[in-house]
Ligand binder design. Sequence first.
Ligand SMILES: *Cc1c(COP(=O)(O)O)cnc(C)c1O
Length: 395
Amino acid sequence: MKNEIINNAEKVIATTYKRFPIVIKKGNGCTLWDTEDRVYTDFVAGIAVCNIGHAHPGISKALSLQSDTLFHVSNLYYTIPQVELASWLVENSFADRVFFCNSGAEANEAAIKLARKYFKDKGETGRFRIIAMDKSFHGRTMATLSATGQDKIKKGFEPLLEGFDFVPFNEIEALRNKIEPSTCAVIIEPIQGEGGVRCPDPEYLKNVRQICDVTGTLLIFDEIQTGMGRTGKLFAYEHFGIEPDIMTLAKALANGLPIGAMLAKEHVASAFGHGSHASTFGGTPIVTAASLEVVKVLTEDKIIDRCLKVGEYFKEKLMWLKSRHESIEDVRGIGLLLGMKLKKKGDSVVMNCMEKGFLINCIQENILRFIPPLTIGKDEIDSLVTCLDEILDDT
Ligand SMILES: *Cc1c(COP(=O)(O)O)cnc(C)c1O
């Protein structure tokens, strides 16, 4: 069965993803099963998406109730779950308004459009340039690709959108020197995810905020990966004692159903009027009902505080591994967004872990990334660490 599915997939599915040779058929909590009934502990969580685990009974109940009631009617009308979710996000963040869409890239598209329109409306018509960071990742649509600081993903799609400048992440003077009167916004991941789980120095983002304040530039935080509890706070900006003007969310917001959101302060959000921007499926009742259940579970089960503590435990274990293995260069990250940089390529380690029943992920060729459901147990972490300890020397 497995080989037949894989052979068919290779015939009919676009070859944009290099996939591992397993077919996953079922999940529960932090565990996945493939079609051969092999069991895996999931340290990938659909790439930081399934924060409250697979097949969560609360979500399946919320979905089944909502699907018996109303799937979709379009944003020509008000619907209850969408209003409730927007209210929750506004109450629990710096923002005053929310625009809903369906993915991370779309949320960043909306942020880029909003930043440009904000200055056009103010009559500053030449102010459209956006500064992004080297090694950033903001998505695969043309505008978000233009904002992404990784040449290997941009190659072949030129010409990209005009008006994007790049500076090294975590180097404040480079940003100060790059800002011009034509700069409308700075877009930044508070912690770079795809770029290699790169954390800024404690004062860096405060200084970015200050430069933006002095120059009247909008600050956009892409919290698509870091948001919704992943770093041990609801949003990563809370670690740094500052707030952005615009923030984007997606991945974990509905635990696996497609959703994106762009949040902004009132004076910025008001640049979008009737008809400025739109999305057919954005904030549709079925998806926002699932997301409402996600935020309820995150709050009631105190999952975010737990994430911070379990993350510390996990990081200590990774540091212990580093003390035992020459091949580990660095351990980094916060909460359950953790990375371990190797002095060699990581793909064989990932394969070996998979064979032993653990799904982990490798980015930038040599950085192992650990982004399990936030409900991961210490015993599951211990088992992975034992597995890594065994395989690291002989791969
Ligand atoms: C995943 C990700 C995106 C893109 O999200 P899609 O839903 O794949 O479009 C953008 N920014 C960051 C930081 C991400 O991690």
